[in-house]
Each structure stands twice: as structure tokens, then as C-alpha cells.
Design a binder for this molecule. Structure first.
Ligand code: ASP
Length: 599
């Protein structure tokens, strides 16, 4: 070994130990001829002292050392003199008095400091990712990710799950996104697809009698990278036979609570995880991934709004829309600029506007004067109406009611943006709190207005809710519930899953509703339909995303910070400079020709 101890492991108990360390040079300070250098390895940082009087040769070499050079240092652990402890680092009570130093490698001047706070632009960090990952917070993220995956593996192994690998080159398995395609050289004109998830394969493993499967699976979806997404991402993919929905939810809850209590014990969890139906989530929080760290629940006041003469309200209700809103607690004293910010939020979300009513007095709302009730839309309603509105919404003096009018599903998008904004304004969230919940009973289908057809709201393998199979022959397909569920946390979706269909006829019927012809169904899904005819057990599963979970546990704003080599929003790998054109010969071998003409 080129070293006898890790830099970050040394403590005052090691005083007088002879150690050999190896690592990278960090900050340097010179004091009256004595040189202090930070030496960093994965375990942390330790201060090395070079004294020209006691170790002249080492001190001479130390003069030349520059940031990020790799060195081996031999020396003695010394308790720091009184008053010079550095509580900011774990090794802050000691230093190492160097007797020898060997340069193992030099470094160019790094494009940014290798320190906790990266001031550097993210594209520079991605371009030099191997330097960025040297920064302690990034190493911390990689370590935490490792701990999460290790916990998952141990947990599932202890419960008799089999980890099974599934192929990356497969036939397209639709999950609603665009496939990445890989041309086949041996079969010209034919393509593999990269898995959007191992969905069909894990179901086939259930038919195979595996009963309990998992895999830390890479999934690929060729989507425009809105928000914080990646073209490839990692899921814990799992599937079980002979289970019902509650069995999967309980297992997931046990896994998450155990993992978080072990990996990030500083986080607070609410147990048990509430289960709310999709419908209730939409009604109360206007979102299928509600942030439950705070209330700010929605109230539908369409009936009261109809009593006004406000045209927007009346026409919305007549047109089948709703008037819904939230109460901003204590927001009545908001000044014009703050109210304008709320209006801007509404507009940015796509809403036509925001109606607000401020109750500025201290009496019961119904007794306030018209100066105390400030309305944005010139509603001018009697105090008695205001009392009924306030009662219905749970508002009191000092509060502000925020209302929006529109049709679903857009209204909920606006309301949800407003709810999030108000929670941020009022600082209602504690970053250490994790509010998990299961959202259940999703609709089986969503109407796709652009394509004028029904889409699966989860994926086509999801079972309809008990007792609703007959409704597949009716007209109200939008009312059919499914056995799909999501795990959400602090406003993000962390996992999706469902109890599956395991019967050929039912599965074929679903494909028919989704607009697949018989031939198309056979060509695309023949393998799984056939497997269902050979004794497919009842089964279901879930697929928790690893990237987002780790980002939440690391308090990272972006999943890119918890992925070793992520791509940018435009799908570029700045380190390898991918994607790039390929040699025309390679295309020829694949019987391909590019029709792309640069503009
Ligand atoms: N394959 C699904 C997905 O990736 C998850 C599941 O249903 O298990 O969302």
C-alpha cells in the first residue's frame, strides 16, 4: 500500500503515530517560513506542516507543490497547539508534521477550486466532471447514493427477492415515451430499442415463477428534457406474484422508512405514510403529487361564485368550469407589490388572472366594513356573503382568499402553482422533513385531446379496479379507476406501480381501447399475451426512481448532482462530447444514411 492511513481518519488519539498519507494538495498557507498544506483524499482533509528546520528537504519540495498535485507524505501526528484547533474539519485537533514528501503526479491548474462551494458554472463542472467529483459535497452525494442502493439490496435480499438482470437491447416496450433505437448490423433495416423500463420482462419473470424480482435498472426515454430529467435514469424495479396492492405499498413503505432512518437519520418522517386517492389529491391539493408538508388545501366555491355578478365567474361555471382557491393565512396585509407577485405567478402558470379578497379587520368577517374587505374583481358582495365564503374556505380576519376560475385539468395546474408559491412565500416547508404519501386509484385512462384517443394513465399493463372490468364496454372510460399507485414526497413523484393484468382477453381489450389494431397488438405485444396463456400468476410491482430520491436526501436542487456523469438539458455529455457524428463507414455497416442537413 502506498499509504498507512486515510487523511480524514486521524484524530487526537493518533497523536505521535507515524503515518504515510497520500492524496491531493489543497489550500496552502505560509507562516514565517513554515508551510501549511491541506492534504485531501476521499475520507477528508488533514493539515500537513512542513518545517524547514526539522525537515529541510521536505520543506523545499513543499515550496513547489501546487493545488491538485498528488503526493505521498510521511510524518508524525501532532496534537495542534492550544487555540489552533479547526472545528470546521473532522481532523481539526491534529496536524501531521511532514518528514518526507514524494510527488506522485503533477496537475495543471484546475479550472475551478476543488472546494465545498462550487462557484463554477455548471457546464464547466460537467466538462471537468472528474474534478467536480473531487469536491467533498459531490463525493458525499456519490457515497449517499451508494448507501441507498446498498440498503435496498440488503432489504430485498433479506426478503427473498432475486436480483435478475434484463437486457438493454430489447424490442420496444411502450411506457408512453419515445424509444431510443439501436440499429442492428446483422439484421439490416431492423432495430432494437433500449428499455423505457423492464416492464414486460419483469412480468414475464413472474410468469416464469420468480415470484419476487428486483433490479437496479437503467431506463431510457428519448424525451425533451423539460425540468430536471435525464435521458437515462435509474429505478429500483421490482415485481411480486400473489400480492395485492396493499402488500406492495406496505413493502415500499417499510423499505423507505428503514432506508431513510438508517441513511439520513437527520430527516424527519411522518409515519405511517397516508394513502390518498387520486381524486382526493386533485380535489384537496390540485395535484397528483401533493406536497403534504403544509395544508393550504383547495376549496371549490363555484356555488357561492354563482351568486355574484362577476362575468368571469358566471361564464366559467356555465361553461362547466369551477371556481376554486386557497386561503393565504395572514396575507391580508400584503402590499401591492406582493399581491402583484401572486398575480404574476398565476399568469406564469397560464391562468387568465387571480381574484383575491383581503379581510383586513379584526371582527368576524361578516361584520367588516367595505374598506376592510378589499376585493380585486370589484365583486362588491354583502358582508353576509363574505361570511359564508370565509366559513366555507376556513378564512378569518387577517387572511387573504385567492381564487381562480377555469376548467379542469388546467385549473388544477394553476392552483397547484399558486399553492406552491404561497408555501414558499410563507416559508411553510422544513427542508429536513419528508412528507411521503401514496396516491392510489388513478384513472385507468386519460383522454388525449391532441390525438383524440384514450391513453393509459400509467401503462397498458395496469389492471382496472375491482368490479370495473364490465365498464370497459361502456362509454364512460374516463371514470374507470385502476390499480395504479404512486409514492410521492414533498411534491415529487418518487415511484409508480400497479397491480397488473394477467389475463390475455382483458389485456387485448385494453390494447383495443388504446387504439391498437389486432395485428399491431400481436406484433408488439404477442410475447406477453402468449405468456399470459401459460399460467400467469396474479402479480404487481412498483419502480421507485433512485435519482430523485437521492437528490431529496442530499438536499440537492438537481438530480444532476447525484449522478456521476449526467447529461445537460439538451442531452449533451460535455465530458465525452456526445452525441457526435460517426464515421460514414460505421453508418454503411449499419445500412444507414443520415438525411440530416445542417442549417
Ligand atoms: N415500469 C413502470 C415505470 O417505469 C413502473 C411499474 O409499473 O412498475 O413507471
Amino acid at each position: 500500500m502506498l499509504r498507512s492511513a486515510d487523511c480524514g481518519s486521524l484524530r487526537s488519539e493518533n497523536t505521535d503515530d507515524q503515518v504515510t498519507l497520500a492524496g491531493w494538495i489543497g489550500r496552502r498557507r505560509d507562516h514565517g517560513g513554515i508551510i501549511f498544506l491541506d492534504l485531501r483524499d476521499r475520507s477528508g482533509i488533514v493539515q500537513i506542516v512542513f518545517n524547514p528546520e526539522t525537515a529541510p528537504e521536505a520543506a523545499r519540495i513543499a515550496e513547489e507543490l501546487r493545488p491538485e498535485w498528488v503526493v505521498q507524505v510521511k510524518g508524525t501526528v501532532n496534537r495542534r497547539p492550544d487555540g489552533s484547533d479547526n472545528p470546521a474539519i473532522a481532523t481539526g485537533e491534529i496536524e501531521v508534521m511532514a518528514s518526507e514528501v514524494t510527488v506522485m503526479n503533477r496537475s495543471l491548474t484546475p479550472p475551478f477550486y476543488i472546494e465545498d462551494d462550487a462557484e463554477a458554472d455548471e457546464s464547466l463542472r460537467l466538462r471537468y466532471r472528474y474534478l467536480d467529483l473531487r469536491r467533498p459535497p459531490m463525493l458525499h452525494n456519490l457515497t449517499l447514493r451508494h448507501e441507498v442502493v446498498k440498503y435496498i439490496r440488503n432489504f430485498l435480499n433479506d426478503r427473498d427477492f432475486l436480483e435478475v438482470e434484463t437486457p438493454i437491447l430489447i424490442k420496444s416496450t411502450p411506457e408512453g415515451a419515445r424509444d431510443f433505437l439501436v440499429p442492428s448490423r446483422m439484421q439490416p433495416g431492423n432495430f432494437y430499442a433500449l428499455p423505457q423500463s423492464p416492464q414486460q420482462m419483469k412480468q414475464l419473470l413472474m410468469v416464469a415463477g420468480v415470484e419476487r424480482y428486483y433490479q437496479i435498472a437503467r431506463c431510457f426515454r428519448d424525451e425533451d428534457l423539460r425540468a430536471d430529467r435525464q435521458l437515462e435514469f435509474t429505478q429500483l424495479d421490482l415485481e411480486m406474484s400473489f400480492v395485492e396492492e396493499e402488500d406492495i405499498l406496505n413493502l415500499t413503505e417499510e423499505l423507505y422508512t428503514g432506508m431513510i432512518e438508517s441513511v439520513t437519520p437527520e430527516k424527519t418522517l411522518r409515519k405511517p405514510f397516508p394513502r390518498i386517492s387520486h381524486q382526493e389529491a386533485m380535489e384537496r391539493y390540485a395535484s397528483d403529487k401533493p406536497d403534504l408538508r403544509f395544508g393550504l388545501e383547495m376549496t371549490d366555491v363555484s356555488d357561492l361564485a354563482k351568486e355574484t355578478e362577476f362575468r368571469v365567474f358566471l361564464s366559467t361555471v356555465e361553461g362547466g368550469g369551477q371556481i376554486k382557491g386557497i386561503v393565504g393565512p395572514g396575507q391580508a396585509q400584503f402590499v401591492t407589490g406582493q399581491v402583484k407577485e401572486l398575480e404574476d405567478t398565476a399568469k406564469a402558470a397560464g391562468a387568465g388572472g387571480l381574484v383575491y379578497i383581503r379581510y383586513r379587520g379584526t371582527n368576524p368577517v361578516g361584520q367588516l366594513t367595505s374598506e376592510e374587505i378589499l376585493e380585486s374583481a370589484g365583486l362588491r358582495m354583502p358582508p353576509e356573503w363574505h361570511q359564508r365564503l370565509a366559513d366555507k374556505m376556513g378564512a378569518g380576519p387577517g387572511d387573504m382568499i385567492l381564487l381562480m376560475a377555469g376548467r379542469q385539468p388546467r385549473l388544477n395546474t394553476w392552483l397547484s402553482a399558486m399553492r406552491t408559491h404561497v408555501s414558499e412565500l410563507l416559508e411553510l416547508t422544513d427542508p429536513n422533513e419528508l412528507a411521503f404519501a401514496f396516491v392510489t386509484s388513478f384513472p385507468l385512462f386519460d383522454w388525449n385531446e391532441d390525438a383524440k384517443r384514450w391513453d393509459s394513465s400509467h401503462h397498458p399493463f395496469t389492471s382496472p379496479a375491482d368490479g370495473q372490468e364490465a365498464d370497459l364496454d361502456g362509454d364512460d372510460l374516463g371514470d374507470i379507476k385502476s390499480k395504479a399507485y404512486d409514492l410521492v414526497c414533498n411534491g415529487s413523484e418518487l415511484a409508480s406501480g400497479s397491480i397488473r393484468i394477467h389475463n390475455r382477453q382483458l389485456q387485448e381489450k385494453i390494447f383495443g381501447i388504446l387504439g391498437h389494431s389486432k395485428e399491431d397488438t400481436e406484433a408488439q405485444f404477442g410475447q406477453i399475451l402468449e405468456a399470459f396463456e401459460y399460467g400467469a400468476p396474479p402479480h404487481g410491482g412498483i419502480a421507485p426512481g433512485i435519482d430523485r430520491l437521492v437528490a431529496i436526501l442530499c438536499d440537492s436542487p438537481s438530480i444532476r448532482d447525484v449522478i456521476a456523469f449526467p447529461k445537460t438539458q439538451s442531452g449533451s455529455d460535455l465530458l465525452f462530447d456526445a452525441p457526435t457524428p460517426v464515421d460514414p463507414k460505421q453508418l454503411e455497416e449499419l445500412s444507414l444514411e443520415s438525411t440530416y442537413k445542417p442549417e
